[in-house]
Design a protein around this ligand. Structure first.
Ligand SMILES: [Zn+2]
Length: 331
C-alpha cells in the first residue's frame, strides 16, 4: 500500500526510453550514457539534482514521446505496488513551435489514460507553473489546466527556483483561475527558500498543501502555525537526502512535522533520478528510518483526504487504506 502525492513526470523517464527517443529524434546520447545522465547516485545539492531531472527534457518534445513517458510512469508505479499516483509536470518546458501548451497537456493526459486502462492504477495529473516562465505563459498553463478540470487535470502547482524568484505575486491570478475551476492547489515552498515561504504560499495562493517545506523545521513558531492551519507537507524522503535538505531518513524533517501535528503525505519526487520508488522508501522508513507503522497509516489516510482526485477514487482508496494497515508491513 502506498499513495504517491509528489512525483514529477520529468523524473520518471526510463533510461532505455530516453535512448530510444533520442535515437529516433537524431539527438546525441549524453557522454556517460543515459543511466548516468538521469540517475543521481551521490548526495549533493538541489542544483545538481535538477541537472539530472533536466537531462530528460530533450527527449520530451513531442506528443508521442510525452504520451509514452506518461504511460510508462504509470506502468512503473503500478509495478511498484502503488495504489495511487498523483503525477505533476511543467507543460511550458515541453512546448515547441509545433506543440503548443494545450497539446502538451493533452499528450500527457492520453498517456496517463493509457496507463490507467492498462494497469488499473488510479492516477491524477497536476500541472505546474514554473517560476522562470513569463506571466503570459503561466496564465496560459493555468487556463489550459482549468478547462481540463475533471477531464484529465486535477490540480495546479508552482515549481522552480524559489531563491532567485521568491515573489508569489505573479501566480495569484493563475491560482485564482485554477481554484475557480475546482482544481486542487499545491505549491513548492521552503525547500530551498526560508520557512516563511510556507505561510506566504498559504496566504497568497490559498494552498493547504506544500511541496517539501523542509526548511520549516528551522522555525518552531512556523511549525506550530502550520499544524494550527491544517497544512500538509508533501515529503520526498530520499530526494531530500540527495539535495542535501535532510541528512538521513532517521533525521528527516518528516519526524518533526509529525511530532508537531502537521499533516504529512509522501512522494518519491523523481523515481528515476533517485533510483528508488515510493514502496521501497516506505519500507526503509519503517525499517531504518524510525517511522512507526501507526504513523505510516496516518500518512496514508491523510493522503486519501488531501489527494487531488474525484470522490469515486477517494472512496476506493479510503477502503484500501483501511484494509491494508502498515503494521502488516513491519510484522
Ligand atoms: Zn517537486
Amino acid at each position: 500500500m502506498s499513495l504517491n502525492l509528489h512525483c514529477h513526470l520529468e523524473g520518471c523517464v526510463r533510461p532505455d526510453t530516453a535512448s530510444d527517443l533520442a535515437r529516433a529524434g537524431g539527438a546525441p546520447a549524453p557522454a556517460g550514457g543515459w543511466d548516468a545522465a538521469l540517475r543521481m547516485r551521490q548526495p549533493a545539492d538541489l542544483t545538481g539534482f535538477l541537472a539530472h531531472v533536466a537531462a530528460a527534457y530533450p527527449v520530451m518534445g513531442s506528443a508521442d514521446a510525452l504520451r509514452r513517458i506518461a504511460r510508462e510512469a504509470v506502468e512503473d508505479a503500478a509495478a511498484d505496488g502503488s495504489d495511487f499516483l498523483e503525477i505533476r509536470f511543467g507543460p511550458a518546458t515541453h512546448r515547441r513551435p509545433a506543440l503548443p501548451i494545450p497539446a502538451v497537456i493533452d499528450a500527457v493526459v492520453d498517456g496517463l489514460d493509457d496507463g490507467r486502462a492498462q494497469t488499473g492504477l488510479l492516477v491524477s495529473l497536476v500541472v505546474c507553473l514554473l517560476r522562470h516562465s513569463d506571466r503570459e505563459t503561466n496564465l496560459e498553463v493555468a487556463r489550459s489546466a482549468a478547462v481540463r478540470a475533471g477531464r484529465g487535470v486535477a490540480g495546479l502547482d508552482v515549481a522552480g527556483d524559489e531563491l532567485r524568484l521568491p515573489s508569489l505575486e505573479p501566480y495569484v491570478e493563475p491560482f485564482r483561475i485554477a481554484a475557480s475551476a475546482g482544481l486542487g492547489l499545491t505549491a513548492h515552498a521552503a525547500e530551498a527558500g526560508p520557512p516563511s515561504a510556507v505561510r506566504d504560499a498559504f496566504e497568497t495562493l490559498g494552498v493547504a498543501r506544500i511541496g517539501h517545506g523542509s526548511r520549516v523545521v528551522d522555525d518552531a513558531d512556523l511549525l506550530a502555525w502550520s499544524a494550527d492551519h491544517g497544512v500538509t507537507f508533501e515529503v520526498c524522503p530520499t530526494s531530500n537526502i540527495l539535495t542535501g535538505a535532510a541528512p538521513s531518513l532517521r533525521e528527516h524533517p518528516l519526524h518533526a512535522f509529525l511530532a508537531a501535528g502537521c499533516g504529512v503525505v509522501l512522494g518519491d519526487d523523481d523515481p528515476v533520478t533517485i533510483g528508488r520508488r515510493l514502496g521501497e522508501e516506505e519500507r526503509e522508513l519503517l525499517v531504518t528510518g524510525g517511522l512507526a507503522a501507526e504513523r505510516l497509516d496516518a500518512i496514508h489516510l491523510r493522503s486519501v483526504e488531501v489527494g487531488f482526485m474525484d470522490e469515486a477514487d477517494r472512496a476506493i482508496l479510503r477502503a484500501a487504506v483501511v484494509a491494508s494497515p502498515a503494521t502488516g508491513i513491519s510484522a
